[in-house]
Design a protein. Structure first.
Length: 178
C-alpha cells in the first residue's frame, strides 16, 4: 500500500484540472502543465480533489501510484506558487549575469561560460553573485540549477565555486608545514 499515493490532492480555487484518458492537464494563475501517467494507475477528480489509485496489485504498482500522485501535486503547487532555487557564486572575480535568454558565468575559466535559459524559467542575478531561478515546473527548475552548479562545484579548501544558498560546504584544513 502506497502511503503517499493514497492521499488526496487538494485543488485550490483558481486551479483547473482536466483528465483526458492518461493525460492530466493542470491550469492555474502562473501557467499550465501536462503529465501523462503510467497505465498501472487511474486518476480521477471528485469533490475538488484529485485521487490516484491502482488498477490491480502488481509489482511496482504501488511505486507508480506514489510517483503519479507526487508529480500531479507538484504540478498543482507549481501553477499556484511556483518553485524557486537560489545559488551563490563564491570566489574572487567570480560573477554571473543574464543577457536576454542567456546566462554568462565568469568562474575562473579563460572565457565566460554561456548557458541558454530554458523556456518557462526566469533567472535573476543580485549583486553579481546571487542567482535566483523561478519557474512552475519543479523538474526543470531543479535541473537547470544543477546544471549551473555542475559548471564549478564548490571546492573544500577555499570554498570557491557555485553552491546552493542553503548548502553547507564542509571545509578542509590545508597543508601545514612542520
Amino acid at each position: 500500500m502506497s502511503r503517499i499515493g493514497k492521499l488526496p490532492i487538494p485543488v485550490p480555487a483558481g486551479v483547473k484540472v482536466h483528465i483526458d484518458g492518461r493525460k492530466v492537464r493542470v491550469e492555474g494563475p502562473k501557467g499550465k502543465l501536462v503529465y501523462e501517467h503510467n497505465r498501472e494507475v487511474a486518476v480521477k477528480q471528485e469533490d475538488g480533489r484529485v485521487l490516484v489509485s491502482r488498477f490491480e496489485e502488481m509489482p511496482g504498482a504501488s511505486a507508480q501510484q506514489g510517483l503519479a500522485r507526487t508529480l500531479i501535486n507538484n504540478m498543482v503547487v507549481g501553477v499556484t506558487k511556483g518553485y524557486t532555487r537560489e545559488l551563490d557564486v563564491i570566489g574572487v572575480g567570480f560573477k554571473a549575469e543574464v543577457k536576454g535568454k542567456s546566462m554568462f558565468l565568469t568562474v575562473g575559466f579563460t572565457l565566460p561560460y554561456e548557458i541558454a535559459v530554458p523556456e518557462g524559467i526566469a533567472v535573476t542575478v543580485d549583486k553579481n553573485t546571487h542567482i535566483v531561478i523561478n519557474g512552475i515546473d519543479k523538474q526543470v527548475v531543479g535541473q537547470f540549477a544543477a546544471n549551473i552548479r555542475r559548471i564549478r562545484p564548490p571546492e573544500p579548501y577555499k570554498g570557491k565555486g557555485i553552491k546552493y544558498t542553503e548548502e553547507t560546504v564542509r571545509r578542509k584544513e590545508g597543508k601545514t608545514s612542520a
